[in-house]
Unconditional design. Sequence first.
Length: 389
Amino acid sequence: MSNDEVKTISIYGITGSVGKSAFNVIKNSSSKFVVDTIVAKENVDDLVNISKIICPKIVIIQNKSKEKRLRALLKDKKIDIRSGKNAILEASKRKVDIFIAATTGIAGLDSIINCIPNVKILALANKESLVCMGKIIVENAKKYNCKIIPLDSEHNALFQLLEDKEKDFLKRVIITCSGGPFLGFNKEDLKYVTLEKALNHPIWSMGKKISIDSATLMNKGLELIEAAYLFELSDSEIDILIHPQSVIHGLIEYIDGTIKASIAAPDMKIPIAYAINWPIRKSNTAEYLDFVKINNLSFQELDENVFPSIEICRSVLKLGGTAPTILNASNEEAVNSFLNNKINFIQITEVVQEVLSKIELSSNEGLDYLISSDKNAREITKNIIRNLS
């Protein structure tokens, strides 16, 4: 693609926090992009408002019961309107330059696998897909010459910092972590935290699931696994450091002591703009950092006794096989139960640990086997939670 070429783009998860940030970047560069397909789960109003501005070719809502209202609200637009999971999967096979995967959870996996043979760039915000099937996704991307550019601010930072010619001299990469809403809490404090406080992240405005993952620090553990697959790193080459200001998103350290850092405002529009404009850079509406106004940049070690998620994820990464899939499935179910007031906050990671200890792990990394493991882990998790209740 030349620098001036108009790019076709599809956005899955358009009404979520990442999807809306992508929409804001694209609408301010409308002459550079043709929007092919946008997908939402069930938010009709936001889907309609976005469609009227960026005029996609295809609009899909997963919840079939909402298709009629969607059609009525977009009746004056020349848009192909569809609904349901099959429509989503079929559209994910369409040839586009850029596919933004901004859905959360394992639900977005099929669409990601479908799109890889048909797109030039997979702009990936769905970390669960890489956690569960990272090897399959990375190998398929290489096979079909699809460039995976992560949208998580941390992985996007590492993507920008890591250079192939210097990979042999790498000592480690460092992923930063804000610490979430409960930084400084002890185990006793965490017994009494409320859902409202767990959802109130100090830096980022995100969906409910990822907000809870950020509060337990499971999100950072999942990012560790994701980084290992994306950049072909071992567990020992990845460290995590608390950085409450969230302006340094990633660092790489070389064997000679040199450290490179990626520094930017905590604004998702920055990694999104980088991914969709790659390999060049273009200005966007994101905030620029004012170093004079930043009074302090601080760092501290994780307290893994209070937040065991990181160690759980390190263990799972070392185990490989079905372990990451089981971890992800169990965590999704546990978080959902917390959101529905069925378990308390500290029980989220306790449930995940119990599931991992009960299920027989396998080295089998075939797609069908991993899908079966995901289903089995969910059922066992639900049973454990029912017994807790």
